[in-house]
Design a binder for this molecule. Structure first.
Ligand code: NAI
Ligand code: 15L
Length: 269
């Protein structure tokens, strides 16, 4: 596969999209942007809903690859998740298939496996093959997205790297995030690896930095060429002083998904 150059970035107006708009051009990508909302200073960005199949087909035409970030990024009523995340992701895959796009990097989430007990003490890191245990309708939509990606590889030869992102923000802001944080710079490194690795078929990886307090195994991400450079540890002392250590008797601290496992999820967390 020749290295992709033109990449459609969906969800480009969002938090992660904004970070990646800044960081990915340094890797040589020419980004085509798409979002439900206009982006200030980006008059060429495509303003479209993932429900608009015609617009999606036009948006994917001629790109080498897609980074699919668009969608609802927290828990929401099922009907909304169904439209944006489930039908929307299907619509994007159909458009990619119809237009012959060879690869998608799909923003999955740790919430596809959110009901997995978090490792404690000397427990082994959670492997990528752990059974999916979504913690929300949101997590369920990411689990669907991973299955959809496998299906489009098996049936149509469309490759995907599904990245179960932990928390990609400029800094970790909770004790939980010390384990699941992915620095924006490592996020760009991982997306670049996912775009350029050979023969990925459908590969699922965890997306985080090389955190000292990591909960999951980054071996599959590293096998794509990802070499994380950051660690949340410098933030640990301050966050633990403010918030205390995670309490295994607190149900929201006992699982990977954190507060997402409570019903309803507690925001902010
Ligand atoms: P965000 O909520 O800031 O951005 C999502 C973007 O998608 C928004 O700009 C929104 O306008 C757009 N969007 C929503 N529905 C749409 C639709 N129907 N059609 C077109 N655009 C639509 O979320 P964030 O944090 O930037 O996350 C990006 C992606 O990464 C999401 O899919 C999220 O689930 C996933 N993710 C993010 C994590 C993080 O730490 N930021 C962690 C795990 C997964
Ligand atoms: C996600 O999937 C969300 O999109 C993001 O906003 C964070 O909440 C992240 O998970 C997390 O688990 O911290």
């Amino acid at each position: 596969m020749p290295a992709p150059r033109t990449v459609l970035l969906t969800g480009a107006a969002g938090g992660l999209g904004t970070l990646m708009r800044d960081l990915l051009p340094a890797y040589g990508y020419e980004l085509r942007l798409l979002d439900l909302h206009p982006i200030e200073g980006e008059p060429d960005a495509i303003v479209a809903d993932l429900g608009d199949r015609e617009a999606l087909r036009e948006a994917v035409r001629g790109v080498d690859a897609i980074i699919h970030l668009a969608g609802i990024s927290l828990e929401a009523p099922f009907e909304k998740i169904l439209r944006a995340n489930i039908e929307g992701t299907y619509n994007l895959y159909e458009a990619a298939r119809e237009e012959g796009v060879g690869r998608i990097v799909f923003a999955s989430s740790n919430h596809a496996v959110g009901f997995t007990p978090r490792p404690q003490g000397d427990d082994p890191l959670i492997p990528i093959e752990t059974p999916r245990r979504p913690d929300t309708f949101y997590g369920l939509s990411k689990s669907f997205g991973e299955d959809l990606a496998q299906f489009y590889w098996d049936k149509h030869g469309l490759e995907t790297v599904s990245v179960r992102i932990g928390s990609c923000f400029p800094e970790p802001t909770s004790v939980r995030m010390l384990s699941v944080w992915m620095s924006p710079a490592d996020g760009a490194r991982l997306f670049h690896a996912a775009l350029t690795a050979e023969h990925v078929e459908h590969t699922v990886v965890y997306g985080s930095s090389a955190n000292t307090r990591l909960w999951w195994d980054l071996t599959t991400a590293r096998s794509l060429g990802y070499d994380p450079q950051d660690d949340s540890e410098p933030y640990a002392e301050k966050l633990i002083a403010e918030q205390g250590e995670l309490d295994p008797d607190n149900i929201a601290h006992a699982y990977l998904g954190g507060q997402f496992i409570s019903d309803p999820p507690i925001w902010p967390y």
